[in-house]
Design a protein around this ligand. Structure first.
Ligand code: ADP
Length: 364
């Protein structure tokens, strides 16, 4: 049987049982109440009253029954209408929910339910809408990701195809073309490894090995890694840290990966002879690393989006330099280690602040 007749018949049954109980209770309990009044009247009327007792009792009983019978149809009508409306509301909500979930199941994530009232059904509809919105976002993300990956692959693949055709036609010597082929293959390899990293970071599946280390150790490791690249471009790289040891509790290699990403980006965006400063200091319960450059800066309208996957401020200028997921990975790693990554930028340059939890146990 369908839900509506089941609910409605259930309500009707309850109404009938309540009605029967009402008549039964009235029959059982009312005489004891009106007998008291009959007794008072009989005493007042004296010996004549005693003869009237059966009539009085019958009169009381008939009055009570007549009142119950007159009131019952109205009460039943109100109860039936209420039962009908309540059952209909419940069934309509369930039907809408069922249609909505069917639509979601076939990928129509734009489906929403009306959120009327404040009862549990309205809460259910609201929760469904929240779930549908987040599914819609995931779906949009998935479509954008496929589009972005396709777009990122198209350029190196087109270049490789061009080189292959040139080699087949014999218009270019293999030794001249091989460095370019190697470069395009490196681009695709980097894209593949960035994609696998970004998916692991977003799924929270990066294995972390938290250790306690000094902020200075991280700064020194990054300095060593970037010394040559910065010197080559004559970019001054300076370091400073708050006096006293700053102990950090995080995965050292992943922290170095985040700092390296910030230093790579800074180097990309400062002019030759520019300046990049890295500082470390205690900020509440965190150790805060700041990478400040005097580069091109990031326009305000792009600032909120640079942590999104594949987002680049100037895709044409940065083509081949990065896959546009460096900051997505960096922020994901920082957050997974219990820290955060933020940016401030203006025409005079950008500052990326990367926080990691300070070690509560003090020095390593
Ligand atoms: P990519 O791998 O392309 O560098 P990222 O996710 O690391 O991608 O950075 C996203 C975008 O943010 C970059 O394409 C660049 O436009 C901008 N950006 C990042 N760091 C800086 C910086 N220090 N100065 C100016 N722009 C930056």
């Amino acid at each position: 049987m369908k839900l509506f007749p089941r609910l409605f018949l259930g309500h009707l049954l309850v109404i009938l049982v309540a009605l029967a109980a009402l008549f039964l209770m009235a029959e059982l309990t009312a005489p004891s109440f009106y007998r008291h009044h009959v007794e008072q009247m009989v005493t007042l009327l004296g010996p004549e009253g005693r003869a009237l007792r059966p009539d009085l009792e019958n009169g009381m009983r008939r009055t009570l029954n007549a009142a119950l019978i007159a009131a019952a149809p109205f009460a039943v009508l109100v109860a039936v209408v209420t039962a009908f409306l309540t059952s209909r509301r419940i069934v309509q909500s369930v039907q809408l929910l069922s249609e909505g979930s069917q639509a979601l199941a076939v990928g129509r994530t734009g489906q929403r339910l009306p959120e009327t009232g404040r009862d549990e059904l309205a809460v259910l509809a609201r929760n469904f809408n929240v779930m549908a919105s987040s599914l819609e976002r995931v779906e949009q993300d998935r479509v954008a990701l496929i589009g972005n990956v396709g777009h990122e692959l198209r350029t190196p693949l087109a270049a490789l195809r061009g080189y292959a055709e040139a080699l087949t036609d014999g218009v270019i010597a293999p030794e001249r073309v091989s460095p370019a082929i190697a470069r395009e293959v490196r681009t695709m390899e980097r894209l593949a490894s960035d994609l696998s990293m970004v998916s692991r970071v977003e799924a929270g599946q990066v294995a972390l090995q938290p250790v306690t280390f000094h902020a200075r150790e991280l700064l020194m490791a990054a300095a060593e890694r970037f010394e040559d690249a910065y010197r080559e471009r004559q970019v001054a790289l300076t370091w400073s840290e708050q006096s006293g040891p700053l102990a950090v509790r995080a995965d050292f290699e992943r922290s170095l990966q985040v700092l390296s990403n910030l230093l790579t980006n800074a180097l990309r965006h400062v002019p030759d002879g520019g300046q990049v400063t890295v500082t470390a200091c205690l900020a509440g319960r965190d150790v805060m690393f700041a990478v400040q450059d005097n580069g091109s800066g990031i326009p305000a309208e792009h600032l909120g989006r640079i942590f999104e996957r594949f987002y680049r401020v100037d895709p044409a200028r940065t083509r081949g330099e990065g896959s546009g997921v460096g900051l997505t990975i960096a922020r994901g790693l920082a957050e997974q280690m219990g820290g955060c990554l933020e940016v401030k930028s203006g025409p005079a340059g950008s500052t990326f602040r990367f926080a990691l939890p300070a070690s509560s146990g003090g020095s390593p």
